[in-house]
Design a protein around this ligand. Structure first.
Ligand SMILES: Cc1cc2nc3c(=O)[nH]c(=O)nc-3n(C[C@H](O)[C@H](O)[C@H](O)COP(=O)(O)OP(=O)(O)OC[C@H]3O[C@@H](n4cnc5c(N)ncnc54)[C@H](O)[C@@H]3O)c2cc1C
Length: 147
């Protein structure tokens, strides 16, 4: 039975596709998913992946998963090493990379990268100019908050 449960949480993700994710946040979420399944609650695993990495003075955060993309749109400044990079295919957001910006999507409810998880989950076509414009609140781009 345990084999079946492990296979269940490792199967295709409805948004990110089939991918083996070896990061802390996913390990925690998948553990919870398995525990819920053991207790009788079978749910699709739809967590939008995230991971962080601290590299010397720089903080990297990434949400979603992009194996390929058509466009990368920046919000912020690469020169100041503080920006969000949006990975888009046909206007649909696949993933977002934050360098020294975006907050912690797992711990901060108002973090930009938490909003980005919702944008990825929403699967709406997004305006590149709105994504790039710091005056546009990312929350205004997507009506579907995390449940
Ligand atoms: C150097 C390094 C840096 C990393 N940095 C990051 C990072 O910055 N951000 C990030 O998101 N992820 C990072 N990761 C990945 C992250 O550590 C893993 O994705 C995460 O720890 C996986 O958690 P887990 O519980 O699935 O497995 P593990 O943390 O590997 O835990 C498995 C546990 O099972 C035990 N075990 C194994 N076999 C048996 C057995 N037969 N019987 C009993 N116990 C057993 C092991 O001893 C271990 O304690 C890093 C990994 C490494 C190696």
């Amino acid at each position: 039975m345990l084999d079946a449960l492990l296979l269940a949480v490792a199967s295709d993700h409805s948004i990110c596709g089939r991918v083996r994710v070896e990061h802390f946040n996913n390990a925690e979420k998948q553990g919870r998913a398995v525990a819920r399944a053991v207790l009788g609650t079978l749910q699709a695993y739809e967590y939008i992946y995230s991971f962080w990495s601290d590299q010397y003075e720089h903080k990297l955060e990434y949400v979603g998963f992009a194996r390929s993309w058509e466009r990368i749109v920046l919000r912020g400044s690469s020169g100041s090493r503080k920006f969000l990079a949006f990975y888009l295919t046909q206007g649909i957001l696949q993933a977002v990379f934050g360098l020294n910006r975006g907050g912690d999507p797992e711990l901060e409810a108002d973090a930009e990268l938490r909003v980005c998880q919702d944008l990825i989950r929403g699967r709406n076509r997004l305006s590149e100019s709105a994504l790039a414009d710091d005056r546009v609140d990312l929350r205004s781009l997507n009506p579907a908050p995390r449940s």
